[in-house]
Design a protein around this ligand. Sequence first.
Ligand SMILES: Nc1ncnc2c1ncn2[C@@H]1O[C@H](COP(=O)(O)OP(=O)(O)OP(=O)(O)O)[C@@H](O)[C@H]1O
Length: 226
Amino acid sequence: MVRFDNVSFQYGTGHHVLRDLSFHLQPGSFHFVSGASGAGKTSLLQLMYLWHKPSDGRVSLFGKDIAQLTRRDKTLLRRRIGVVFQDFRLLDHLTALENVELPLRVQGKGGTSVSEHVAELLAWVGLGEHLHAYPPTLSGGQQQRVAIARAVIGRPSLLLADEPTGNVDDRLALRLLYLFEELNKMGTTVVIATHSEQLVQRFQHPVIRLAGGDSAAGDPPRQRHG
Ligand SMILES: Nc1ncnc2c1ncn2[C@@H]1O[C@H](COP(=O)(O)OP(=O)(O)OP(=O)(O)O)[C@@H](O)[C@H]1O
């Protein structure tokens, strides 16, 4: 599903954010990515979402070397990936419900049953009272949960989520993790970047531990992978 072979990455001529990183995420697996602020978690997820190319080494996604992909290939692959990045990218002129429905509408699905399903999901993430709210009227944490619902609604092959529990209390964080586990049970490969050692310990999924590229010179990134 996702394979990194001796991947290094730097922005321009800057320091190495990731250095000589290798792992293989099997289809249907669930991994956490952990590491201190600045260790490269977001950059790693962005590589998986085809925003960057590695400076060295090889990243393969769905069995394809990302350096070889055309723009059209990338668009097609991205349709199979659900993402929650830290800038939620919601459409401000659509309600929470409409934002989450959008990926399904793009797939030609719509109607009352779809709206009911979306409303149920939004209620599960604690937004049952805000179905018809527009993103600018929601808090950061609420907007993030709309983005999470939008990322999971279409049951993507791969889900990438960057600090998805960063803005919520412990109870909601657990609910969101249960949601990701349900999705994973239905076959989605899940990759969650988190600062929270508590969540990592509680859920017992394998962890890719980033120590930071150059900041960890001489100390290769520790990782467990399945
Ligand atoms: N667009 C960019 N251009 C240049 N350097 C960048 C860019 N984005 C991130 N960096 C640098 O890359 C390093 C890793 O950043 P990244 O955001 O991937 O880490 P992170 O582990 O996700 O951090 P955080 O937990 O604070 O979000 C940092 O030193 C950061 O300053």
